[in-house]
Design a protein around this ligand. Sequence first.
Ligand code: ADP
Length: 501
Amino acid sequence: MTTAALSDVHPLLRDFLSRRVHQLLIDGQSVGAQSGKTFATPNPATGETLAVVAEADAADVDRAVAAARRALEGPWSKLSPAERERVLHKAADLLEARAEAFAQLESLDNGKPIRESKNADLPLAVGLLRYFAGWPTKIHGETTPVSVPYYPGAKFLHYTVREPVGVVGAIIPWNFPLLMAIERLAPALACGNAVILKPAEQTPLSALWLGELLLEAGVPAGVVNVVPGYGPTAGAAIARHMGIDKVTFTGSTEVGREVLKASAGNMKRVTMELGGKSPNIVFADADLDAAAKGIFTGIFYNQGQCCSAGSRVFIERPVYEKMLGALADRSKTVKLGNPLDPKTHMGPVVSDEQRKRVLSYIESGRKDGAQLLSGGAAAPGPGYFVSPTVFGAVKDEMTIAREEIFGPVVAVMPFDSVDEVVARANGTDYGLVSAVWTKDVKRAHQMAQKIKAGTVWINCYHFVDAAAPWGGVKQSGYGREKGAYALENYTALKSVWVDLN
Ligand code: ADP
């Protein structure tokens, strides 16, 4: 695989990457970890070190929480809602102006192709900031007509106030590093909270750069603290911290369970966005060209590293062979390569460990007797590339049909009836997203009612917006990020009684 020299990147990014060590961001300052430890984050397209980053652990999380508490008591709570809006709009403007540089950083640290980071991650991130920038002046309580049976005729004024929850801990994964950071920060800040953000150890850079941008936009020191580090140290310290009031976690169901247990110490509020094994269901009457594109994007977008990947494809029997063949043929035309090249369709997966994991799932599909139609191997050259892999004739009980692979591997299966496909689609512990392809409006809505998932896409896939709620059911998690629903996560409702007698 050819990879571009760093001299080709945006001058602002070249400057950022030239730092010897990328420090933690605590209390508005770039600081080393107290332990003095650092770790390397590789460029997954080459395997070479992209940057060296300070490694936070529990002691640094303590420092960050203390700074966040001070910031909450201090300048942050003194800003009016209108001023908070201006700060968030300024942040959106700054990010938009630097979109090219941030998109390149995402591609370098995560491996995602620049056409995705530039056309999706960055515009969505700016959109999230702008959407939540509009909320501070619109978050309000209500008056309530109360009656008190044991005090007949008495008059009270009752009203509610929405207050910030306090200090929010955000633990995020590596598949959409900037987008995930902003998805948590934008609503948390709009509601007046302070945040301790732990990016994934594989992709810490854009969160650190974003933290600096937020300071520049006018977010007071200590309101946003960024502490890259490993899960069992920095992440676990956030989950159990007695000074953190709420945790928002996005990652695997397995780690989510650990975070939930650790959060019990101070009963912190928790929202969880976890894994998925999402069904993408194609009926024979669908617009088959559109469905073919939807299946392809549904699984191979972001190298399949989406919690919402359409990794189980159910195709109605009369069109099964045709659709399967088309998918396999198309996947053979995918251009794997340098993520910074605009012509690249797919980059590497995020890490060597992830590549090994994905390859071991491919091996299990082979052993279980699924039909390998394309891909099925690591692509040659340096970097962590895996060819887009299509398995046909998959059985529901095979590991590749049950477990989240988080890579470019799709399990395709025929089906014969609505009841059968609904049962099979729902026959998983997960319930994040789903899609249905049909021209029959009634059937589309019937399916939307029957499928157990947080999102149902009808005749489309992978559509998201700042205003549309996002989250799962079953072991895909609970709570909704994005949209007005996210405000529930980041505010506490206070009840106020005034005696008018
Ligand atoms: P993935 O499988 O996508 O890597 P993980 O669930 O392993 O997802 O990681 C998601 C995030 O959770 C990362 O920021 C990671 O560092 C963090 N993490 C991992 N283990 C723990 C843990 N025990 N406690 C808290 N956070 C953790």
